[in-house]
Structure formats: C-alpha cells, structure tokens
Design a protein around this ligand. Structure first.
Ligand SMILES: [Zn+2]
Length: 285
C-alpha cells in the first residue's frame, strides 16, 4: 500500500493540557536544553544533511510546538538569512526531501506561525491580542475574547466513471499539469455536500457517494485537505465557474502514462494529497 501523505505524522507531544498552567509555561523559558525550528510563511530551515529541520538555541521562547523526547521545541520566525548550519527551502521542497515525521513537523511549524502572523489583532474588537498557552491561543486584553488556531477545510476528490478520472487544470498552473478537483468547504455545509457542490460548479458533473480516504495538513497558509473518492454517471465536463481552464475525462492508460512521465500531460507532484489519491487509484487497477 502507498506511504501516508506528506506533511503528516508530526511526532511531538503537543503538551495540550499542560499549556494552560502558566507556571509550567514560565519554566519552559528557562529550560537550558530548549531548542527551536525556524520557519517563514512558506519555508523552513533544514540542516546540512537535508534530512532534518535545523534545531537552534532559542532566545525568545514564545510559540511552543511541543516536547521532543521531553525537551521543549519552539518555532521562531525566519528573519532574513537562514541561521548558521542551515539553509532555507520551500515547504513543498521540504515535504519532498525530508523523512515523514520531519515533514509533518515542518507543516505544523509553518501552520502555527502563519496563524500568529495573520491574527495579531482581536477579530472581535481590533485591539492587539497576546499569545497565551505557549502559542495555542491568543487572548484580547481589551474585550477578553479568546482566539484559537484555525484550520480551513478543503475537500479534494477523485471522480471516476468507467475507469476514467475527471481531471482539470487551474489557471496559473504549469502548462500541461492536471489534477483532481478541490475547493473550500462553505459555512453550513457537510464535507460530502461540499464534494458534490464543487464538482458540479467546476465541471457540471454530478459526483455520487463521496467516501473519505485520508487528510493532509496543507499550510498554504492554513488548510486541511480532506481527500474523497466518488463515482459518477459520466457526462461531458465543462469548465464553468472560471477556476478551471480545462477539465475532462482521462482514461486509465493515459493516467498511467502520465505517472511514468510518458504521457501528454503531467500529474501533480508526489508531495500533494492529489497525487496520493491518484497513485492509490492506479495501485488498485
Ligand atoms: Zn478584543
């Protein structure tokens, strides 16, 4: 069976229950062995081996990722050049090159820092908010509102009809790249309803019987991809809502050729859950 999706398998103890103890949090700042990983909005710093994130001494312990074999591990902003002994790579590169657990840690650090970066002000009253619970919450000193890290759900779905897959190309993607369809879940909607709506809006095709397969953190900047398999009665797909430049049915043999880099189009890179769903479908044929 195929390996789990990249950006999953984060290995730290998140210390969720202990974060609410201010004394415990205060003691963390004095832990001499504490370390941090370094991340930007879409990048992380890896060590010279390229097989792990760089751990650096931390001077401003604020955003605690968790405990790594009992040792506090924080996240700090990449500010300018990478620190000595490391180099900055994009999060997509990191997902492709790092072992599973370090890739999961990279996605987690970027996601948590992205939330703090984009939520410095209280969404209720506009006053600057403060970090509490060692980074798992922000609190407003003006109105008392509490704010928690958010994750935006996105459904992504494989649609099959008689051995062919529904694939589309978004405007702005590399030429020749095709993938399965995806879209944000709307308020007041179940995941299954979102799957059916997105496929209909983007292609005019009616998807049936969505079955959940797997999920993947996708912090660009704060999504959680929720992968589904569906079937369809077929029909002529038409790109309708302006998001897709092209959409159509692609036979098993054409998808197999694309997976071997011998086809007339390109599949999404292995780092994505889109490719995970397609590879899983191919493996079952
Ligand atoms: Zn407020």
């Amino acid at each position: 069976m195929s390996a789990p999706p990249r950006f999953t398998g984060m290995p730290l103890d998140r210390a969720s229950s202990r974060r609410s103890d201010p004394e415990w949090v205060a003691e963390l700042g004095g832990a001499p062995e504490r370390r941090a990983v370094v991340a930007g909005p879409d990048s992380v710093v890896v060590d010279r081996s390229g097989e792990a994130l760089l751990r650096v001494p931390v001077t401003r312990p604020e955003i605690l990722l968790g405990l790594e074999e009992g040792v506090p591990l924080f996240a700090v902003e990449l500010d300018g050049d990478a620190p000595a002994g490391g180099r900055a790579v994009s999060l997509r590169e990191a997902g492709a090159m790092l072992p599973q657990s370090e890739g999961g840690l990279a996605a987690y650090a970027v996601a948590l820092l992205n939330w703090h970066r984009r939520h410095r002000y209280c969404a209720n009253c506009g006053h600057p908010s403060e970090v509490v619970e060692a980074g798992y919450m922000r609190s407003c000193p003006n109105c008392g509102a509490s704010h928690f890290p958010r994750t935006d759900p996105v459904v992504i779905m494989l649609v099959e009809h008689e051995g062919s897959l529904l694939l589309g190309r978004r405007a702005g993607w590399p030429r020749g790249r095709l993938s399965v369809l995806a879209g944000f879940v709307s308020p007041g909607e179940t995941l299954e309803e979102a799957v059916v709506r997105e496929v209909r809006e983007e292609s005019g095709i009616i998807a049936r019987n969505p079955v959940y397969v797997a999920s993947q953190p996708w912090p660009f900047p704060a999504s959680l991809m929720l992968g589904f398999n569906t079937t369809s009665d077929g029909g002529d797909p038409v790109a309708r809502d302006g998001e897709l430049e092209e959409v159509g049915w692609f036979s098993l043999s054409r998808v197999q050729a694309a997976a071997r880099h011998e086809g007339d189009f390109a599949l999404p890179p292995p780092v994505s859950i889109a490719r995970f769903l397609i590879d899983r479908w191919l493996a079952r044929r």
